[in-house]
Design a protein around this ligand. Structure first.
Ligand SMILES: [Zn+2]
Length: 260
């Protein structure tokens, strides 16, 4: 179900155990060879495919295209909400649907800069509603779902998501090939993370002058299709686990998970 197609009595009549998915993405530079709307295009396709499989069992909010992209602001065209305001925005989206009575809410994210705000938003909301053991508040990033794409398609070389990289370029080639410019001649850019496992505060110019991170030269539409299938499977599986949740067990299990 798509929220943008519904009227309020239809939403009010839904079972409040219906999972609600908030797709969150970005509009930011993606190197010289890829469009600024890449993250929103790609997440939109994962969500479109997942919503076909999940049909009437799940409610999808419209994709939020504005993300936390301050680290890309040295490059023209980037639009970003400041980190703290973005955190408030995410919390407000979920809070609105908690007020409407819904209990199973998830951010499905398509942009690296949204990972920490998404996790922080569900953390803070859970503390705010700490008496509500019937709430299931989740945040997930699509490329972290659905296993390892390079095991599904061994021609995929990259082992992690980069930026305007083999993975993202392949998916845009699958979706909107006319928006990709001369990727076979892009100079590869190392991931460059010598301080791991420390988390570094960084801007894109700290890591890349052209704006991409990774190696898009061998991207292809075929790899893009394999990536979409892999990530869609992961998104569908996550939402099916939300549907199957008995409204109690997960809150008990969380006590048994070792806390780092
Ligand atoms: Zn991206």
């Amino acid at each position: 179900m798509q929220l943008f197609e519904m009227n309020w009595p239809q939403v009010a009549a839904l079972s409040k155990d219906t999972p609600v998915v908030f797709p969150i993405a970005a509009l930011e530079q993606h190197g010289r060879h890829m469009p600024v709307f890449t993250d929103s295009l790609l997440l939109g396709e994962v969500i479109r495919r997942a919503s076909e499989r999940l049909a009437e069992r799940v409610l999808f909010a419209p994709l939020m295209w504005l993300g936390n992209s301050d680290h890309h602001l040295d490059f023209a065209g980037t639009l970003s909400e400041a980190p703290r305001a973005y955190l408030d925005l995410l919390e407000t989206l979920m809070e609105n649907f908690i007020q409407h009575g819904f209990k199973r809410l998830v951010f499905v994210n398509g942009h690296g800069g949204n990972i920490v705000p998404g996790q922080q938003a569900v953390f803070e909301l859970r503390q705010k509603h700490r008496q509500r053991s019937d709430l299931l508040l989740l945040s997930a990033t699509y490329w972290g779902l659905g296993g390892k794409p390079y095991e599904v398609d061994p021609s995929i070389k990259q082992r992690q998501m980069g930026h305007a990289c083999e993975w993202e370029t392949s998916m845009v080639l699958r979706l909107e090939p006319h928006l990709v410019k001369d990727h076979p001649h892009v100079t590869p850019q190392e991931f460059g993370t010598p301080f791991e496992p420390a988390s570094r505060g960084w801007t894109i110019p700290d890591r890349s002058t052209a704006g991409h991170i990774g190696d898009p030269r061998h991207a292809s539409a075929e790899k893009g299709e394999a990536l979409f299938q892999c990530f869609t499977r992961g998104a569908v599986s996550l939402v099916e686990r939300m549907i199957a949740w008995d409204g109690w067990l997960a809150s008990t299990v969380s006590w048994m998970v070792p806390l780092g």
